[in-house]
Design a protein around this ligand. Structure first.
Ligand code: NIG
Ligand code: FE
Length: 387
């Protein structure tokens, strides 16, 4: 196995408070890191770096754990640019827009769906993301959900079954019939391809009773739980996610005090997706400050999807979280790395210390602060490999 020494690291973010400055980011100045066989073997001051087979000099740049994007919908077809433009002209967002993407997905062949998903995954990686989750949810028939999950599984191990994204038009008069399909034949067919199950709990999507039966059925099939919660109003999603022990409640834009307390008192991560609030022209952004001050664990994710957040950029999400959600740059970087790992219940990624995955993201900048300080500038890249 080849050991590679990365040196000339102006700032190394380890997310290990036992390292360096003792902060949550565990920042080391003038650092070096040795990677071997895909795993971090050593981190420390450059002056004490051990010998290695190959050497890469990063010339004073900052290095972070690769971003962990715990919420995306990369398997889709079609374009909703006109819907976005109409929203920017004042039209409100409603859950029903999902149906136009569902029609496009049903009409698309596997090759077209896979090509789009691969292109978006490449965009994520090019901007410093090294672990990402992908959901189904735009097929909404047994066969279409299955093929979307199979395409997602080609890209990542973090695959989520979201048959409960919307009641599709053919079940408009029979929502109970659709819940029966999701919890029955569709779940049977889809569970073997997924690690997680998710439900969009919202007016116009699924109510608390339907979501409870869907999530409970998913858990009985061995799936971990995630919930689209409290995006458009203060609904029951967060309370349900916490009650059922979901790994994550995502969106959290409209929270009551009891929701914040439930998140703080549970192992359910509050995953903020401010790209969606940006793109829906939401009247409010999620209050990350309130969540952190209460003691909740906060993650950031792109929610990349064609309707409400067509971005693959974790740096953009970090900048929004700093400017609009009350996170400091350090808190936002933690949420986009260790927070995302917590939302996926992973302890191998999101940190850089001996034994962790050697997923390194390098910034064309001297510190993590630049991710928010220089919004829109493509600073984050995969770390270069030795020649
Ligand atoms: O996370 N909230 C539900 N689902 C997606 C968007 C769905 C769509 O409009 O296509 C989201 O924002
Ligand atoms: Fe989503």
């Amino acid at each position: 196995m080849t050991a590679t020494l990365y040196t000339g690291i102006g700032e190394l973010v380890t997310n290990d408070p036992a390292q360096g400055d003792g902060s949550a980011l565990g920042r080391l100045a003038d650092a070096a890191l040795v990677a071997e066989g895909g795993t971090v073997a050593w981190v420390g001051p450059a002056s004490r770096a051990p010998a290695a087979d190959a050497r890469v000099d990063l010339a004073g740049r900052a290095v972070l754990p690769g971003f962990v994007d715990s919420h995306s919908h990369l398997v889709f077809a079609g374009d909703r640019g006109e819907e976005f433009a109409a929203r920017m002209a004042g039209r409100a967002y409603a859950a029903g827009g999902i149906a136009s993407t569902v029609a496009a997905v049903r009409a698309a062949d596997d090759a077209a769906l896979a090509a789009t998903a691969q292109r978006l995954a490449a965009e994520l990686r090019a901007q410093g993301t090294t672990t990402f989750e992908v959901k189904s949810g735009y097929g909404l028939t047994v066969a279409d959900e299955r093929r979307c999950l199979a395409i997602a599984a080609e890209l990542t191990d973090e695959v989520t079954f979201l048959g409960a994204h919307l009641v599709p038009p053919e079940f408009a008069g029979d929502p109970e019939g659709y819940v029966a399909l999701v919890t029955g034949e569709m779940l049977e067919a889809c569970a073997p391809l997924a690690r997680w199950i998710d439900v969009f709990v919202e007016d116009g999507a699924f109510d608390a009773d339907a979501a409870r039966s869907i999530l409970t059925a998913g858990a009985a099939h061995g799936l971990g739980l995630r919930v689209h919660a409290n995006q458009l109003g203060p609904g029951p999603g967060v309370a349900l996610a916490c009650e059922l022990g979901a790994a994550s409640a995502d969106h959290c834009t409209h929270l009551r005090d009891a929701d914040v307390a439930a998140l703080a008192d549970s192992a359910t991560v509050a995953t903020l997706v401010p790209g969606a609030d940006f793109s829906t022209r939401s009247p409010a952004y999620p209050d990350g400050r309130r969540l952190l001050d209460a003691g909740a664990t906060v993650a950031l994710a792109t929610d990349c999807n064609p309707g409400t957040s067509y971005t693959t950029s974790m740096p953009f999400v970090i900048a929004l979280a700093v400017r609009e959600c009350g996170l400091s740059p350090a808190e936002a970087v933690w949420a986009a790395t260790a927070g995302g790992a917590a939302a996926l219940r992973r302890d191998d990624v999101g940190r850089l210390g001996p034994g962790h995955a050697a997923h390194l993201t390098v910034l064309d900048a001297p510190s993590h602060v630049h991710l928010a300080y220089r919004p829109g500038v493509p600073l984050a890249h995969p770390v270069p490999q030795p020649d």
